[in-house]
Design a protein around this ligand. Structure first.
Ligand SMILES: Nc1nc2c(c(=O)[nH]1)N[C@H]1C(S)=C(S)[C@@H](COP(=O)(O)O)O[C@H]1N2
Ligand SMILES: [Mo]
Length: 423
């Protein structure tokens, strides 16, 4: 181990970024507690109190440790009594690629309906040979598929980069309208084929069973490609917050289109021009025109640790951990800078690296204790590179509120405090 140290701990980029081999096979041993000097003194007594008597009984449904109770979604300040609003996933407190179901972000336009699954129906109608009605039992007999994929509200990250002055809050509040789950359900294409789609059809309109009856148009090509009628989320039935008992799931597309509490799909010739795709979820450009129907969420990444609220406890070796995702495919590469963007080193991508899923990245960093800024920049398999904040504002102005995917810089002061900064 000691022979490998000098080579493996050699910086690959400015201000102490180390080679990603430290996080590839076998490399982690070099970062073992021994070489980091992180060993803790043994507690005074040998047997901790919880070993003195049998623990609590078993239960029908699990609960987390009370010591983790502080890890919670944060509610959008504007969330009203009508249930219109949202809550953010606390990204800074989580690891890996999967979001636990109780911490999946929420965005509701009219609260969470309390749906009796036995009375819920899905109607497929419009430009089809025969209209079809399904109950949940009928749907569950169709072949299902499972995919690990993210969903992101297109309003995500607005707070991180578009206000004039940087807002200082947690990574979750700035970027937590994204979550990643294993979704299981019936491919929509199977049901559309059974209904018999008119050759002149080009779109579908999907509608929810909430009080808002929220609806969106989806190109037929996407509906026939990888659209899923999701019934399960990370192995258990969908949470009511995520659309119980049935939601449309459109991999990579802005979250708004993944209609929850799905009750109706109408096959149409043209888009239905619903409220959510005309008045909302469009991007106003400097010349007064609006971008409309911008579906895939572009490549993005953010360092979740260290991030605001977490404090670096003095100079030394740190593990930078973050997440990257793209609505256009797999993540190809993530680069990290520890000198405010002057130089970049390549981060290790954690397996599995999946299509339209969150990919965890890691990088070792020897912080010298001086003030600096750390950044991450993701590249997806189409070659798209996450842009800088300046580039986005130069191209799109600052009247828009959706689809912001700029590079996030976290400033670190000499006390180890982390803050949102515009690099
Ligand atoms: N029926 C219905 N579907 C809906 C919404 C809604 O309010 N009603 N919100 C949309 C928005 S804006 C987003 S970002 C996603 C959020 O999904 P989640 O709450 O499961 O994270 O659901 C979408 N589907
Ligand atoms: Mo959204």
């Amino acid at each position: 181990m000691s022979e490998r140290r000098p080579k493996d701990l050699e910086p690959v980029a400015g201000n102490g970024l180390l080679h990603r081999r430290l996080f590839l096979k076998g490399g982690a041993a070099v970062l073992g507690a021994g070489s980091l000097g992180l060993m803790t003194a043994a507690p005074a007594k040998d047997l901790p109190p919880w070993m003195g008597a049998p623990g609590r009984p078993l239960s029908g449904y699990g609960s987390r440790s009370p010591y983790e109770d502080h890890v919670r979604r944060r509610l959008l300040a504007a969330t009203g009594a009508d249930g219109a609003g949202g809550s953010w996933t606390p990204l800074e407190a989580l690891e890996g690629m999967i979001t636990p179901n109780p911490l999946h972000f929420e965005r509701h336009h009219s609260g969470i309906p309390d749906i009796d699954p036995d009375r819920h129906r899905l109607l497929i109608h419009g430009m089809v040979d025969r209209a079809l009605f399904f109950d949940m039992d009928a749907l569950s007999r169709y072949p299902m598929v499972s995919r690990i994929q993210f969903i992101e509200c297109s309003g995500n990250s607005y707070l991180a980069g578009l206000p004039r002055q940087p807002i200082n809050d947690t990574c979750g509040v700035l970027h937590g309208l994204v979550s990643c789950s294993e979704w299981t359900g019936v491919p929509l294409s199977i049901l559309l084929d059974e209904a018999g789609v008119d050759p002149d059809a080009g779109w579908i309109m999907a509608e929810g069973a909430d009080a808002a009856a929220m609806n969106r148009s989806v190109p037929l090509a996407k509906a026939m490609d990888d659209a899923l009628l999701a019934v399960y989320q990370n192995g258990e039935r969908l949470r009511p917050e995520q659309g119980y008992p049935l939601r449309l799931f459109l991999p990579g597309y802005e979250g708004n289109m993944s209609i929850k509490w799905l009750r109706r799909i109408k096959v149409t010739a043209a888009p239905s021009m619903t409220r959510e795709e005309t008045s909302k979820y469009t991007d106003l450009l400097p010349d007064g025109r609006s971008l409309i129907f911008t579906y895939p969420m572009d490549v993005k990444s953010v360092i979740t640790s260290p991030s605001p609220g977490l404090v670096l406890k003095g100079p030394g070796l740190y593990q930078i951990s973050g997440m990257a995702w793209s609505g256009r495919g797999r993540i190809a590469r993530v680069e990290v800078s520890a000198d405010g963007g002057a130089t970049w080193g390549e981060a290790a991508l954690c397996e599995p690296v999946l299509d339209k899923a969150v990919t965890r990245f890691r990088m070792a960093w020897r912080w010298n204790g001086a003030e600096t800024a750390i950044l991450s920049r993701a590249v997806d398999e189409t070659g798209a590179v996450q842009p800088t904040r300046e580039a986005i504002i130069a191209a799109k102005g600052r009247k828009f509120a959706y689809h912001y995917n700029g590079i996030q810089a976290w400033g670190i002061d000499s006390e180890g405090q982390v803050a949102n900064v515009y690099a």
